[in-house]
Design a protein around this ligand. Structure first.
Ligand SMILES: *Cc1c(COP(=O)(O)O)cnc(C)c1O
Length: 423
C-alpha cells in the first residue's frame, strides 16, 4: 500500500490519534520510558495473560487433582483458539511441546523414507534448530544427513528463491520443511504456491510459523499444508518459553504418532492404562505426556485479546507501522550507511524491519543505553519490531531520532564488538 507519511513528530501524533488499536496498548505491561522493539523475540505480558496464569495457579490451589475435570482438554481448547489465526479446522491445532520438539513429532510421524524417496528438503536460512531436528530425525531412520538432507541455498544470504525451491522438488524428495517468515530478513514465502507445488509432486510439506503466527494472515483451509509448528512467546505474547503450537492436517489423523505417549491415547480409554496405545484420531493424539498447564495458561488470556482484535486489524496496523519505520529510515538514516534488508512489498514482508549496518552490533548496544530494546542477528542485522498491539507511532518516531543521534555522532564507536551470551 502507498501511505502518505511526513517526517515530523506532529505527524506521528496524528497517526496515533487515528490508530484504531491505540487503546490496546493499555492492556500491556510497558516499562515507562522504554521503547520495546523486540516483541518478535519475546512478546510483552498483557493483563489478560497474567490474569489467566494467576487463574491457573488458583485452580491448582483450590481444586488440586480435581482440576482435570475442567482442564483435561486445555491443549485442544487453546489450540482451537490459536487455530482461528490461521483458519485451521477445529481439532487440527494443539498447544503442546516446544517448536523444536514439535518438529520432531511431526517429522517422525510423516517422514517415511523408501529407497527411492528419502530426502528432506530445507533451506539454508531457517532458524537452525529446525535443521538440527531434521538432521537427527534423518539419522534415526538410518540415513546420513549429508546425503538425505537436501539444502536449497539462498542466492544472497537474505532471501529464499521460491523457484529454486520448486526446482529442488525432485522425485527423491519426500518431505519439505520451510519457514513462512524468515527470522532475519522477514521475507514471507508464498505458502500456497509452494504447498501446491509440493503436493503436485506427492511431497509432504510443513511450515515453521514462529515469525508468522500473530503477525501475518494465513488461510490453512485454503493452503492445506501437511503440518506446521510454531512458538507462542513471540507475536502471541504467551510468556518466556510458553508452550508451542502444532497443526496436523486431518488427512494424517490415521497415522501413528512418531513420538507416542499416554496423553495421545483415546480419551475414553486413557485412564484404563492399558499396555496397548490407542491414539486419539485428531491432533490431540500427538500429545505426549501431561500438558504443561502453567506454561500454557498465559496463552488463554493472550489469545482472547488477540482474537478480539482479529488478525486482519493486526496485520493492517503492522504493515502501516513498519512502512512508517521504513519511511523514516529512508528519510533520516540511509545517509549514515543504513540499509533496509527486508522486502518492500506488503505481501512479501513480515512483522519486523531488518536494519542493516556494518556496525550493527555496536549500534544495538548503544540503543540499549537509550532505553531502546532491539535485537541483533549476525552478521549486521538490527531487527526492529513495532508490534501492532502495543507499539505507538510516536515510539517509532523517537526510535529513529535516537538512531540518528547514535549514527550522526558515531556514539556506537564507544561500544565493543565482542558478543554477549544472548545477542
Ligand atoms: C524462535 C524460533 C524457534 C524456536 O524454537 P523453540 O523450540 O521454541 O526454542 C524455532 N524456529 C524458528 C523459525 C524460530 O524463529
Amino acid at each position: 500500500m502507498n501511505y502518505q507519511f511526513t517526517n515530523d513528530l506532529a505527524h506521528a501524533k496524528k497517526l496515533d490519534e487515528k490508530d484504531p488499536l491505540a487503546k490496546i496498548r493499555d492492556h500491556f505491561y510497558i516499562k515507562p520510558g522504554q521503547i520495546y522493539m523486540d516483541g518478535n523475540s519475546l512478546g510483552l505480558a498483557s493483563k489478560e495473560a497474567v490474569a489467566s496464569l494467576q487463574e491457573m495457579t488458583k485452580v491448582w490451589q483450590d481444586k488440586a487433582i480435581g482440576m482435570w475435570d475442567e482442564y483435561f482438554h486445555y491443549g485442544q481448547k487453546l489450540g482451537d483458539e490459536c487455530g482461528k489465526l490461521i483458519n485451521a479446522q477445529k481439532n487440527e491445532v494443539l498447544i503442546t511441546g516446544s517448536t523444536t520438539s514439535n518438529v520432531h513429532q511431526c517429522v517422525s510421524t510423516l517422514y517415511q523414507p523408501t529407497n527411492d524417496r528419502y530426502k528432506i528438503l530445507v533451506d539454508d536460512l531457517n532458524f537452525p534448530t529446525d535443521r538440527y531436528a531434521i538432521d537427527s530425525e534423518v539419522r534415526l531412520k538410518g540415513y546420513d544427513p549429508n546425503d538425505a538432507v537436501k539444502v536449497v541455498k539462498s542466492p544472497d544470504g537474505k532471501y529464499i528463491d521460491e523457484d529454486a525451491v520448486i526446482n529442488a522438488m525432485t522425485p527423491d524428495v519426500t518431505l519439505i520443511l520451510l519457514p513462512t517468515v524468515l527470522y532475519r530478513s522477514a521475507q514471507v514465502l508464498n505458502m500456497e504456491r509452494l504447498t501446491q507445488a509440493a503436493h503436485q509432486r506427492n511431497i509432504i510439506i510443513g511450515w515453521d510459523l514462529c515469525h508468522a503466527i500473530g503477525a501475518i494472515k494465513m488461510d490453512f483451509q485454503k493452503i492445506q499444508p501437511d503440518f506446521a509448528i510454531w512458538c507462542t512467546y513471540k507475536y502471541l505474547n504467551g510468556g518466556p518459553g510458553s508452550v508451542a503450537g502444532m497443526y496436523l492436517n486431518s488427512k494424517h489423523f490415521d497415522k501413528n504418532p512418531g513420538l507416542a505417549g499416554w496423553w495421545g491415547n483415546r480419551d475414553d480409554t486413557q485412564f484404563q492404562l492399558k499396555n496397548q496405545f490407542e491414539h486419539q484420531k485428531d491432533v490431540s493424539g500427538w500429545q505426549i505426556g501431561t500438558p504443561t498447564m502453567l506454561g500454557m495458561a498465559p496463552l488463554e488470556g493472550s489469545l482472547k485479546l488477540i482474537n478480539e482484535v482479529g488478525i486482519d486489524q493486526i496485520r493492517a496496523k503492522s504493515l502501516k507501522i513498519t512502512a512508517y519505520l521504513m519511511y523514516l529510515i529512508d528519510e533520516k538514516l540511509t545517509i549514515y550507511g543504513c540499509k533496509i534488508g527486508n522486502p518492500r512489498e506488503d505481501s512479501k514482508r513480515g512483522g519486523h524491519v531488518c536494519l542493516e549496518h556494518p556496525n550493527g552490533y555496536q549500534i544495538s548496544l548503544a540503543l540499549k543505553d537509550y532505553q531502546v530494546i532491539p535485537d541483533f542477528r549476525e552478521p549486521d542485522v538490527i531487527r526492529l519490531a513495532p508490534i501492532a498491539l502495543y507499539t505507538s507511532y510516536q515510539e517509532v518516531y523517537q526510535l529513529v531520532e535516537i538512531l540518528e543521534n547514535i549514527l550522526k555522532n558515531k556514539i556506537y564507536e564507544k561500544y565493543s564488538n565482542k558478543r554477549g551470551l544472548v545477542v
